[in-house]
Ligand binder design. Sequence first.
Ligand code: ADP
Ligand code: ADP
Ligand code: ZN
Ligand code: ZN
Length: 840
Amino acid sequence: MRELKATGFVRIRGAREHNLKNIDVDIPRDALVVFTGVSGSGKSSLAFSTLYAEAQRRYLESVSPYARRLFHQMEVPEVDLIEGLPPAVALQQQRGSPTTRSSVGSVTTLSNLLRMLYSRAGDYPPGRPHLEAESFSPNTPEGTCPRCHGLGRIHEVTEASMVPDPSKTIRERAVAAWPMAWGGQNLRDILISLGVDVDKPWRDLPKKTRDWILFTEEQPQVPVYPGWTHEEIQRAIRRKTEPAYMGTFSSAKRHVTHSFATTQSAMMKARAARFMIGRLCPVCDGKRLRRESLLVRFEGLDIAEMSGLPMARFSKIFAPYAEANAGKLKALRKTHPEKALVVERIAGDLCRRLSVLLDLGLGYLTLERSTPTLSPGELQRLRLATQVVSNLFGVVYVMDEPSAGLHPADTEALLRALDGLKAVGNSLFIVEHEMDIIRRADWIVDVGPAAGEHGGEILYSGPIEGLGAVAASETRRHLFDEGAGIASRKREPAAWLRLEDVSRNNLKQVDCDIPLGVMTTVTGISGSGKSSLVSKALVELVAGSLGAAPSARDDADDEAGFEDATAVPTEGRIVGGLEGVRRLIEVDQKPIGRTPRSNLATYTGLFDHVRALFAATPEARKRRYDAGRFSFNVAKGRCPRCEGEGFVMVELLFLPRVYAPCPACHGARYNPKTLEITYSGKTIAEVLALTVEQAWDFFGDAPNVCRSLKVLREVGLNYLRLGQPATEFSGGEAQRVKLATELQRAQRGGALYVLDEPTTGLHPTDVERLLGQLNALVDAGNTVILVDHDMKVAAASDWVIDIGPGAGDEGGRIVVSGPPAVVAASPESRTALYLDRALQ
Ligand code: ADP
Ligand code: ADP
Ligand code: ZN
Ligand code: ZN
């Protein structure tokens, strides 16, 4: 072990956040500390919800109330005392929180440097004045393209885009682009007042009327008499009968363009975008800048072209300028000495920053790439690289699985980056599952022994060797008992799904055969094209052929959908094997729902059966309470005060919102009448408070309920409560809830399961369990294909497809595909060495 130069300790006393059991622990500063433990054991509750939250709270106390509002404020942690805590920076993987305007260049600050370079040292056309750095940003008034406002694309509305089905009438919502619900009814009622026949098929209306409804800029005020016919309204107007209200008309175009331009919600924006046709901006050719700015060049490229290069290529352009005595720089000193000075300084800074990014395996990214299209792991490594060159010291970096999405070949570089942060006097508190990183820790905090209620204790805190003596630790087993992997079952493919000429991102006309009836892992370094092949191309082609959207997707996808709408779609075709695929199921780690109304019981469908049991009790039948009565989403049964939420939100100016239990139902969510009904002695609220494990005993004689509970136990979620809100699930928990929901469906076989990095956030023990589930799916006649970096998973698969050999333009090919042993022997594959080790 390396020498620990800890200068002091962070002392935590009485931590009780989430499942933490009033724990005391001392953690060294100025060290690499890794928090380990099975998924759900409480690692994040300690590292993020307690330590980071407390550091943030202390920091925010020192800033102005105005500045405080700019932070995403964590809740105040449940803890008695924390001493010796330095200021903290969190590098957390944020799922599903896209801020569209940020890009690789802005997160890394490289774009700022580049703009300065173009402003001060770019080649200007003769006679043109020098421009300020802001003129090279599409997000400033000085730089933005006047036609597309810096979007690079223009969006137009047409009759066909806003009225997809002209055989429908206006009453049948022919104008699909109009708002849903009340807003749409209002516009319809206005048209009735205006004398438009809303019961005639759209295409039979006069063109002039159609154009006016869709495109007019007028916004007339019209008396509205909801529910009345045109004749009745005419009569009412003549008699000067008071209308219900005065409505304001707005054409479909106005509505769509207005909501597209002004909405703050990504979901609304995505909805508006669906009714628009996008094309490249003809003024800037998609480069987003005004023409004057694009005339300035460096090494023959305008700034947009430069930003479109992968960072690895970009860095090669600047390297000769960064080396103070390179030939290029010498020549420049003669012709333009003042430029030479600027270029040397900026190129030096650029290259210093780029070297860390390339080291972390991110050289395939371009500066212009928008951050919502990055995986959470890529984004976290970008931020990490930015911190490494920031010269900050004396802080604690709290990180969430920095190895996520990283090929084992790149782990060394990650460790170097972490060492760099530590060397200048920072502390590193990281949550990790990757054994190669855990082995390099100065100190381990092992949380467990199991998940949820069965975890939340500190099993061990100390240098790594000491963990060997802790029998209860799952981490110990994987660290010290070598070679305990799951062996490949070596099943033979039943058939092949054949893809041809697939192009998507860096995949260029790739042919790929995917074995059916077995488990396949797709491997390759970060950026090689794994997700492009599996989560994009395969999913889109199969979904297209099956004529349906992939299942197990929910509304949370809508936001990402907007980004994808501007992306180049998949090209390619399926030329064989489709008869072996009846259903397509994606099981990802995206959050389940966004409101606490979705919970474990409702998502899995188990709650329907529970409510039916309550409705069938003699007392409920006597009172004529149906199953809807026992839903907290339906007015008749729920608490009217909190509308079934169980808590009320208290908004405090400048402080994090506080949720307090509802004063009427005290968190029960139901009204007193509903709570008078019991099933086997428990109210519906008490049933929602049961864990899966307790419910398994309680519902022993209700087969419908038990079917769901059985699979939830099998995927290791026995500690979750039935009423646990979906918003509290970690990524790994959400994924397993989805998997369990799929598993309980009748096992007919013929399904294709697609999983992108399913082991993210999972302890090796959880990975073993997941593999058990996936093997069971295959044994039941289904196909499983997954993207993963965990070599134990690849070694346990029947088949491996290795993509690469490099990232970006240097990848996108199938390097080798075959059973694990064949891939492990490939001289060209960068995965081979690591797979070979896992097979030993
Ligand atoms: P780990 O990081 O080890 O996977 P977590 O600290 O995320 O585990 O979770 C520990 C336990 O706390 C789990 O049972 C989880 O369901 C629960 N939990 C996590 N977040 C919340 C929350 N916001 N509210 C209540 N319980 C939570
Ligand atoms: P992997 O899954 O192997 O890490 P990806 O399939 O995500 O690799 O990426 C392959 C290549 O395609 C990379 O060069 C990446 O930058 C590029 N790419 C991926 N997604 C997008 C996107 N939404 N827009 C532009 N380029 C993308
Ligand atoms: Zn433009
Ligand atoms: Zn209430």
